[in-house]
Design a protein around this ligand. Structure first.
Ligand code: ITT
Length: 207
């Protein structure tokens, strides 16, 4: 019999992602634990060349280490004028260490001569779900543009410089009630929720 799905490991060390995903999946009868609950799982090297590969690497590592259903989010910002950079390197664009302000500064500098109409970009999020005999990925994208300077203090990462299409404010100004409805992560995890719902039904049938 398959291990029933009641609890899932969200293989992340990013507390902002945890907060967003807990809100997005709040209707599911599912306990979400994270890598913070499994300190024995060391750093997972994100050696893939795509968001999908890296999401699978993180979810598989958590599943192999815990034996529990696992999911992971690999995400980043793709700027059209920079041919999709920073992409999978978004977290370490300005070097190792996740300094969000330095990443934003480097990106604004790279775009200093790019006019407003050419500052288009998108956030992409791929979610991988891994369990016994099961692997699935889903993806969410939000299009927008890069602001001329950071604005707002909510959210994380590139939120202060990303203005989603249809809005005049950055994600860092709009805050989580709007971001968690329209973001790349919201769109990916809304699809993940459907996959998880089907798995939850399956596992209640197998009890
Ligand atoms: P985990 O690997 O532990 O989940 P991480 O922050 O290293 O955490 P990623 O490897 O997926 O996650 O890198 C994502 C980076 O992309 C993140 O650090 C931000 O710089 C950027 N990013 C992704 N989603 C974002 C969002 O919703 N708002 C702002 N920036 C985001």
């Amino acid at each position: 019999m398959k291990a029933p799905l009641r609890k899932i490991v969200f293989a992340t060390r990013n507390p902002h992602k945890v907060e967003e995903v807990q809100a997005i999946l709040s209707d599911l009868p599912l306990e979400i634990v994270t890598l913070a609950d499994f300190p024995e799982i060391g750093d997972i090297e994100e050696s893939g060349q795509t968001f999908e590969e890296n999401a699978l690497i993180k979810a598989r590592a958590a599943y192999q280490a815990t034996g529990l259903w696992s999911m992971a989010d690999d995400s980043g910002l793709e700027v059209d004028a920079l041919d999709g950079a920073p992409g999978i390197y978004s977290a370490r664009y300005a070097g190792e260490g996740h300094d969000y302000a330095a990443n934003n500064e480097k990106l604004l500098h790279a775009l200093r001569d790019v006019p407003p109409e050419k500052r288009t970009a998108q956030f992409r999020c791929v979610v991988a779900i891994v369990g016994p005999g099961f692997e699935k990925t889903v993806e969410g994208i939000i299009r927008g543009r890069i602001a001329d300077k950071p604005r707002g203090h909510k959210g994380f990462g590139y939120d202060p410089i990303f203005i989603p299409d249809g809005y005049r404010q950055t994600f860092a100004q709009l805050g989580e009630s709007i971001k968690n409805k329209i973001s790349h992560r919201a769109r990916a995890f809304q699809q993940a929720a459907q996959v998880l719902e089907a798995l939850l039904e399956d596992s209640s049938a197998s009890r």
